[in-house]
Design a protein around this ligand. Structure first.
Ligand code: ADP
Ligand code: MG
Length: 233
């Protein structure tokens, strides 16, 4: 699914720079469910954003589904993002003036589908996350867990090969976090490859593999016995 070799990333800070990623090597194969852990500021989001083509590394190699990701035009990057990737964020990132259905339908618009087909597909995905009855509600009429489920439906609408999640449970209470994790595990059971950032140990243990970042490098990369989330919901 993806191979990363010797990836480096710095941010300019005034006259100097902050070297955040200092030679990351990481491979993820189809069907994995990986947690990226590390303390605040350790570069988790930076790495995920590079993997998600929202940001670019300074050096190193990145191959996603056989495609070398380097020096892409913004247009090409957008095409690959839409084709390969779905995103979930801590703060949901829904569009506030669009209802649940319209939010989920948005990636399908960029795929060039006709309106009717977009609506049908979006409704199918909303039903999958148990929110068919909420299709015409705006985000501010939904609970946090419901918003994240809309965001998951949106992330899945274009059938991405890889789902990227940056602290997907970070804004949710414990019970709702486990509900969302149960849902994400179910997607992985169905074959979706998932890469998620979290700083919570119990959430990471619900993945199948944990990668720990420290001082800009991967200091640990281990397979774990997946804790099932549904037993807590
Ligand atoms: P994490 O997600 O692990 O908390 P980040 O990847 O967000 O860490 O950030 C890593 C470090 O890089 C932090 O010190 C952060 O302040 C810094 N950083 C992140 N984004 C930028 C940016 N756009 N410009 C400058 N510094 C940044
Ligand atoms: Mg972060």
């Amino acid at each position: 699914m993806l191979q990363i070799k010797n990836l480096h990333k710095s941010y300019p800070i005034g006259d100097s720079s902050l070297h955040v990623l200092k030679g990351i090597d990481l491979s993820v194969t189809d069907g994995e469910m990986v947690a990226i852990m590390g303390s605040s500021g350790s570069g988790k989001s930076t790495l995920l954003n590079i993997i998600g083509m929202l940001d670019e590394a300074d050096s190193g190699e990145y191959v996603l589904d056989g495609v070398p990701i380097k020096n892409l035009t913004e247009k090409k990057a957008a095409i690959y993002r839409n084709k390969f990737l779905g995103f979930i964020f801590q703060s949901f990132n829904l569009i506030n003036y669009k209802n649940a259905l319209e939010n989920v339908a948005l990636p399908l618009y960029y795929q060039g589908l006709k309106r009717k087909e977009r609506q049908e597909k979006a409704l199918f995905h909303l039903e999958k996350v148990g929110l068919k009855e909420w299709a015409h509600h705006l985000p501010n009429e939904l609970s946090g867990g419901q918003k994240q489920r809309v965001a998951i439906a949106r992330a899945l609408a274009a059938n991405p090969k890889l789902l990227l999640a940056d602290e997907p449970t970070g804004a949710l209470d414990t019970k709702t976090s486990y509900e969302i994790m149960a849902f994400i595990q179910h997607l992985n059971d169905e074959g979706k490859t998932i890469l998620m950032v979290t700083h919570e140990e119990d959430i990471a243990n619900m993945c199948k593999r944990i990668v720990r970042l420290k001082d800009g490098v991967i200091m640990e990369d281990t397979k774990v016995d997946q804790v099932r989330a549904e037993q807590y919901v």
